[in-house]
Ligand binder design. Structure first.
Ligand SMILES: Cc1cc2nc3c(=O)[nH]c(=O)nc-3n(C[C@H](O)[C@H](O)[C@H](O)COP(=O)(O)OP(=O)(O)OC[C@H]3O[C@@H](n4cnc5c(N)ncnc54)[C@H](O)[C@@H]3O)c2cc1C
Length: 584
């Protein structure tokens, strides 16, 4: 599973991670109830959810000091322990690729690996996808993202069928049954080889390890492969052998690593057509229909139309968008990327999040357009590559600090911050009625489009967690409930790593001034006018702050609310709370 790569000192990274031998785990509490959670028990489950359960600090530290085995290490160890058995497996009647968040044929490492085995032994390649409502519930996957996934599956099924490769899709209500069901399907189809790309979330890594062992016991070779990151998590280390906690030096290491290992940007070929007997032998699988979304994840008819228009599904669309973006907008990306109108960014995040487009393809194509260099030839292309790299960075963070999946910031000390839990205030933020037009515009766009630009995400995240001082995890969850590109590591990165908690490794707390952000990134107020109809008649700079700039009567007449908090007082409160927490 691990890839051997070149690594020189110039990259500032070490090639081998420090020894992380798992010791016997101490018995510890998994969850630490939030101190305020008890007070609201009378309101029942919905209210309790407002206080997210946390993994205890002790348990977090146990990952850091090696007392607890990281899920990636468990998977690696399992692969190592089963290697001999897996390698001895003889080909069966078919090879299976298990699709997960890699809904594409192009440049798909595990699909390619499965296709190669199938080609070598002249046996059919089969695809399987398991819909898991419990996984969607656990990850708070939004209906918009579920809709995008199902539409992409339909496209993928059609594309694969043209190569006589079936894609079998079924729903498994209980996620704990998935490992056995995968085994059962392989056995039913006579497949002795199974391939899948690794998903780095904690439960998924543990499940993969379980499937590797279960399959090996039953004489089936399941080998999970690294695919979703351009550079595999766990290969970049600081000079002192630690995981990078800061993006800029990590990105330097990432670029150097890519230059030293150019094959990382070689794209995998699409699978070849299946032998024609595949239709005879596996005919029934070709008739399989894509199931409907679970009830709690269903979009309305109107939303379905809207989302299909905003985000047409499938890898062909992803590729088309990428090419168009690189040609038209990428050259000016460094200058324009934060502007809130004119769509200066690629809007490819839904395609990356569902694996409809590979990040490797995106970086390889941007590099090609950048005179085949990974240097500052064109500001735009390199800047864009660095943004795609953020996606890798947050996955590396998740793999190394798996406890962030349990409602923690990666800096455990930040747990001490005392947050506010005012439900009414939180709701005004959700509804886009805070009285800060830029914040409200963004929150309304989120509800309507299931997507926001990075700048808009940062503005609303800062507002919730700094100006309102509401627990960032409420915002993190709300984003997942709505975003079509909701992705645990990137979302947590945006909320829990830096921008919103202010506990990033830089020695300052980033507290955005919403008014300045508004004037800088929406100077004419076009974005606000698009999303906040109550302010459409407000002229000039008053749009940014109608009640303090002479447009109060218009705003009031149209029902636009007054500011819910005063920014400068909130700023002082936030700074005091952070200071207090970090001194504890
Ligand atoms: C609070 C907050 C929450 C976020 N939640 C998510 C999320 O759930 N899913 C998600 O994909 N992104 C998330 N992001 C990152 C970023 O905002 C989006 O990826 C980006 O806005 C998508 O627009 P785009 O495709 O036009 O990006 P572009 O600017 O064109 O960038 C290209 C790609 O690079 C990646 N990327 C860019 N910026 C970031 C970043 N800061 N962090 C990680 N990856 C990045 C994305 O995959 C993006 O599609 C979040 C950011 C913040 C501040």
């Amino acid at each position: 599973m691990a890839q051997k790569r070149k690594m020189t000192k110039s990259s500032g990274s070490k090639s081998s991670p420090p020894a992380r031998e798992a010791k016997k785990s101490k018995a510890m509490d998994l969850h630490q109830p939030h101190p305020k959670a008890k007070e609201t028990e009378e309101f029942g489950i919905v209210q309790r959810e407002f206080y997210p359960p946390e993994m205890s600090n002790e348990r977090c530290m146990a990952y850091n000091d090696g007392t607890l085995e990281r899920p990636i290490d468990l998977l690696q160890r399992t692969c190592k322990e089963t290697a001999e058995t897996r390698q001895a497996v003889k080909p069966g009647n078919a090879v299976v690729h298990w699709f997960k968040t890699d809904l594409r044929m192009q440049d798909n490492r595990a699909l390619h690996a499965a296709a190669e085995i199938a080609k070598q032994h002249q046996i059919p390649l089969l695809g399987v996808y398991i819909i898991s409502p419990e996984d969607w519930a656990a990850h708070v996957t939004s209906p918009a993202r579920v809709d995008f996934t199902l539409r992409s599956l339909r496209q993928l099924q059609g594309d694969l069928a043209q190569l006589d490769i079936p894609l079998y899709v079924e729903t498994q209500e209980r996620r704990k049954n998935i490992p056995n069901r995968i085994l059962e399907l392989c056995q039913q189809w006579g497949a002795n080889h199974l391939r899948a790309n690794i998903e780095y979330e904690v439960d998924e890594l543990r499940r993969e390890a379980k499937v590797v062992r279960l399959c090996a016991k039953n004489n089936i070779d399941f080998t999970p492969l690294h695919d979703t990151c351009v550079v595999t998590p766990g290969v970049l280390w600081t000079g002192s052998g630690k995981q990078y906690a800061v993006f800029t030096p990590w990105f330097k290491g990432w670029l150097a690593y890519l230059k030293e290992n150019p094959d990382l940007l070689e794209l995998s070929e699409n699978p070849q057509p299946n032998p024609t007997r595949a239709r005879k032998e596996f005919g029934k699988l070709f008739d399989c229909e894509i199931p409907a979304a679970p009830k709690n994840k269903t979009v309305t008819e109107e939303e379905a139309k809207r989302f299909s228009k905003l985000f047409p599904a499938g890898e062909h669309e992803g590729r088309k968008r990428l090419e168009k973006f690189l040609a038209d907008k990428c050259p000016d990306y460094a200058r324009d990327r934060s502007m809130l109108t004119g769509e200066p960014t690629s809007v490819l995040s839904p395609y990356f999040a569902s694996g409809v487009l590979s990040a490797r393809t995106a970086v390889a194509m941007a590099k090609k357009d950048n005179k085949n260099q990974l240097d500052r030839n064109s500001q735009g292309h390199m800047h864009w590559i660095s943004e795609v790299a953020w996606r890798d960075f947050y996955r590396h963070v998740l793999v190394h600090w798996p406890f962030i999946g349990m409602n923690k910031c990666f800096k455990v000390e930040a747990t001490n911050i005392e947050w506010e839990y005012d439900k009414e205030q939180f709701q005004t933020w959700c509804d886009g009625r805070t009285g800060y037009p830029i914040v409200d515009a963004a929150m309304r766009q989120l509800k309507h489009s299931a997507w926001l630009s990075n700048r808009a995400r940062m503005i609303v995240a800062s507002f919730l967690s700094k100006d309102m001082l509401i627990d960032w995890r409420r915002g993190e969850r709300h984003f997942m409930e709505y975003l079509v590109d909701g992705d645990f590591s990137s979302n947590h990165g945006g909320w829990g790593f830096g921008a919103s908690t202010g506990v990033d490794p830089q020695p300052y707390f980033r507290i955005f001034n919403p008014l300045l952000q508004s004037e800088k990134f929406d100077p004419e107020g076009e974005y606000i006018r698009e999303w906040v109809p109550e302010l459409r008649d407000v002229q000039g700079k008053a749009i940014h702050d109608p009640y303090h700039r002479g447009a109060g009567p218009t705003a009031q007449k149209n029902g636009y609310p007054k500011q819910i908090v005063d920014h400068s007082a909130s700023r002082s409160r936030a700074l005091a709370r952070y200071k207090e927490a970090l001194q504890k």
